[in-house]
Write a protein that binds this ligand. Structure first.
Ligand code: AMP
Ligand code: MG
Length: 415
């Protein structure tokens, strides 16, 4: 099998060039309502303006007592002085020999430092009987024990998921400063492509990349310039492609194209990009996805992905997702790599890095296995449906045995 063509760069070099493009483009920021912040990226650190929890409170339903009152040997009898519910603004203290009935989240009365859970006591009229063995200080949440006032609760560059939304809400933030979403234009090229819903004529296929790539761009945090349509289709015509590219460049931070980057007569994009803008790289020493193209049109980054559906997904994951995430200020934009043991041997016959569709196999002994799928064709998109990971086979490796530890990229949720 043919090796990579002259001029093809390594995957690592291509990633580095993508990230360098992102580094020279500042995303800008905006303030959004908290309920619109899911999936967005914090533009600045969030310092806690108050303690969390804001006041000492009960972690359980039970009785607030003074730890010093509890007898180590026999029963302790305490007078039940009243009840305190969560949200109760009552501030009365308890004195020696007294206790308060208390519910989870209610402020601890001053004087009390311990909560005895109700399952472990006996109530006899107005008297609480606590057996020996209860620990002083138990079942109390101290003010600031989760997040202390002044502490950095969240850091710039973190993606706001459900837990971070909750922290922001707990700290009273109604609005949050986030980085601007990169605007992405997805263009799908090819005269053979027909929209789903239309019947297929001879030699035609439905356009799938437009939908997949638009979905991947959205998952990576971009907003789509062609919304409410996910993408725009372009014929294999130099004049049309030129016009659509220039229009998209005026609107988008990133243009993601599908198809037309190989060496065929209808593969128009590389030459056109060289004429209109600048080529940053064309062709990477990898499989699938070798013809991937990257360049700039003014301030707009253009990434030309190969038309084969699997090549498109793999090159998106390796290059476009990190670009879009870095443009949002995400500190670690690339997918993490894990290590796993091959469940069966693998082989390749070329000197390019290969990214094989695979399934992770977690074992009961705590180790992670990975099994490469039998169908590895770059047109076989169903392989990506079945896969949950890519096995990375380095350039210089030809064969690997069962049990060999390989690098694995888990496919992000949404792939
Ligand atoms: P290309 O990169 O344009 O040479 O296309 C490579 C292969 O991918 C060809 O078999 C195309 O028909 C196919 N292809 C290109 N674009 C798409 C698309 N948007 N959806 C599905 N398949 C595509
Ligand atoms: Mg084509």
């Amino acid at each position: 099998m043919a090796d990579a063509p002259a001029g093809a760069i390594t995957v690592d070099e291509a990633v580095a060039r993508m990230l360098a493009l992102a580094a020279s483009r500042h995303p800008g920021t905006e303030t959004v309502d908290l309920h619109r912040a899911l999936g967005r990226v914090l533009a600045r650190d969030v310092m806690a303006g108050h303690d969390l929890p804001p006041f000492a409170n009960s972690a359980m339903d039970g009785f607030a007592v003074r730890g010093a009152d509890l007898s180590i040997h026999g029963d302790t009898c305490l007078r039940i002085a009243g009840t305190r519910y969560a949200g109760d603004p009552e501030t009365a203290a308890i004195g020696p020999g007294e206790c308060l009935r208390i519910t989870t989240g209610a402020p601890l009365p001053s004087g009390a430092d311990t909560v005895v859970i109700k399952e472990r006591v006996r109530v006899e009229g107005h008297v609480l009987v606590v057996s020996a063995g209860e620990k002083a200080g138990a079942n109390v949440r101290a003010a600031g024990e989760d997040i202390a006032r002044g502490m950095r609760a969240l850091a710039a560059g973190e993606v706001i998921g459900a837990a971070r939304l909750g922290v922001l809400a707990s700290l009273g933030c109604a609005h949050v400063e986030v980085t601007r979403q990169p605007r992405a234009a997805v263009l799908s090229s090819g005269d053979e492509l027909v929209m789903p819903g239309r019947p297929l004529g001879h030699a035609q296929i439905h356009d799938s990349n437009g939908f997949s790539l638009a979905a991947l761009a959205a998952e990576a945090g971009a907003s789509l310039v062609h919304a409410p349509l996910p993408f725009r289709h372009v014929r294999d015509d130099r004049g049309v492609l030129r016009e659509v590219l220039l229009a998209a460049a005026a609107d988008a931070d990133v243009i993601i194209t599908s198809g037309g980057v190989s060496a065929g007569e209808k593969d128009l994009l590389p030459a056109l990009l060289a004429e209109l803008g600048e080529v940053v790289f064309w062709k990477v020493r990898m499989r699938p996805g070798m013809p991937v193209l990257c360049g700039t049109l003014g301030r707009t980054v253009v990434v030309g992905l190969p038309g084969n559906p699997v090549s498109g997904v793999v090159t998106f994951l390796l290059f476009v997702r990190p670009l879009l995430r870095a443009l949002q200020g995400i500190a670690e934009p690339s997918s993490p790599r894990l290590h796993a043991r091959l469940s069966a041997p693998i082989a390749k016959r070329h000197d390019r890095a290969e990214f094989m569709r695979a399934r992770l196999e977690p074992h009961a002994d705590g180790t992670l296995g990975v099994r490469v799928l039998p169908k590895q064709g770059s047109g076989m998109l169903h392989g990506v449906v079945v896969a949950d990971a890519l096995v990375v086979v380095p350039e210089d490796v030809r064969e690997l045995d069962t049990g060999h530890v390989v690098e694995v990229i888990a496919l992000p949720a949404g792939y």
